[in-house]
Design a protein around this ligand. Structure first.
Ligand code: ATP
Ligand code: SF4
Ligand code: MG
Length: 326
């Protein structure tokens, strides 16, 4: 399979006068065509920053981005604004948790959708745009009447469906969802995910899905990358990582979900919190919270090790000297 996205040593540092915060730290990742990869990790681990860096949506003055973002063989970080503008919407699309806040409250949903559509499809008449937008609404299971509603007249679930419809209007190749269904109740979230999966199959879309919810990854992704303090600590197929988690952080994340342990008594969060990203430790970033940490961990940052096909882990316990000692 062709790699669609290749991140090579991608780093993002937010720079203010007082602090330099490394929110994404030398991330390398390959995403194949038609993959659906979940990016998981607790709040502040750099998931949104990673997505914004791929989409080139970070403010250039405040955020220093280094490394490479290859998209179908083009380095997105070296494109100029007009080349980027062409790719956005038509090839790359994104849905945020509050995407709908980008819409004006005083205009009807459909009119705004049609206007956005006609910015790229300049030859399409208003009438034609309406029928295409109604078809798009149907695609995300919304009735035609939504076209004539105002944003405040929609429920949370309807809003996210409209946001997904908007993101799909030019049939993007890569879709990034950043906590796009997080605020919804479990039933609505489940329905929207099911619909998404079907649309993706139909349209051949590759998806990056940011979430802090492992159960969403389990049901809607084929691959997963676990992020901690700006680094990817474990990545692989969902079936590898969820059934055989190797990094102590991934193991902790999975233990904190009842459905994965089956025993409620064992459910617990991971004690402690993410280190200050402005003062990263020399050794393993997880050392301060890791039950297995030894002196080596505090001194040397573990390299990523390939455990088995596609399953990579950055931990001294796997593949390194400690593994042999165990
Ligand atoms: P969440 O799950 O809460 O959305 P996240 O994993 O998406 O978290 P990010 O929003 O990418 O995390 O933030 C990563 C780090 O970068 C955090 O420490 C955050 O405080 C910092 N950060 C994010 N945006 C900025 C900014 N514009 N300026 C400075 N620091 C920022
Ligand atoms: Fe824990 Fe050491 Fe592995 Fe880091 S390298 S996760 S501290 S065992
Ligand atoms: Mg985020």
């Amino acid at each position: 399979m062709m790699p669609m996205v290749e991140l090579n040593n991608l780093s993002v540092t937010y720079k203010t006068k007082q602090r330099h915060v490394t929110a994404v730290d030398r991330v390398s990742l390959t995403i194949d065509e038609r993959d659906s990869i979940g990016i998981v990790g607790e709040s502040g681990s750099g998931k949104s920053t990673l997505a914004m860096a791929i989409l080139r949506l970070l403010p250039e003055q405040a955020a220093e981005v280094t490394g490479e973002v290859q998209f179908n063989g083009t380095d997105l970080l070296s494109l100029n604004e007009s080349e980027l503008a062409r790719l956005r919407w038509t090839e790359l699309a994104v849905v945020f948790q509050k995407s709908m806040s980008a819409l004006s409250p005083v205009h009807r949903i459909g009119v705004q959708m049609s206007d956005i559509y006609r910015m790229h499809e300049t030859k399409v008449s208003k009438r034609e745009a309406r029928s295409r937008m109604v078809a798009l609404l149907h695609m995300v299971n919304l009735p035609e009447r939504v076209y004539d509603l105002y944003p405040h007249e929609l429920s949370g679930g309807m809003m996210q469906r409209v946001a997904i419809a908007l993101s799909l209007m030019h049939q993007p190749k890569l879709l990034i969802l950043d906590e796009a269904t997080t605020a919804l109740d479990v039933v609505t979230q489940g329905q929207i995910l099911d619909e998404m999966l079907e649309l993706e199959r139909k349209l051949g879309i590759t998806r990056i899905m940011i979430t802090h919810d492992m159960s969403v990854v389990a049901s809607a992704c084929n691959k997963v990358a676990v992020m901690y303090a700006g680094r990817i600590v474990e990545t692989g197929l969902v079936k590898q990582v969820l059934t055989h988690p190797l990094h102590p952080y991934t193991q902790g994340l999975l233990r904190s979900i009842p459905s994965f342990t089956g025993e409620k008594e064992n459910v617990r969060g991971i004690p402690g919190s993410i280190p200050d990203l402005a003062l990263l430790p020399t050794g393993c970033i997880f050392a301060s919270r890791c039950d297995h940490a030894v002196e080596l961990c505090r001194q040397v940052n573990p390299d990523e090790t390939l455990f088995q096909q596609g399953h990579r882990v950055a931990c001294h316990l796997v593949g390194g000297e400690l593994a042999h000692a165990h």
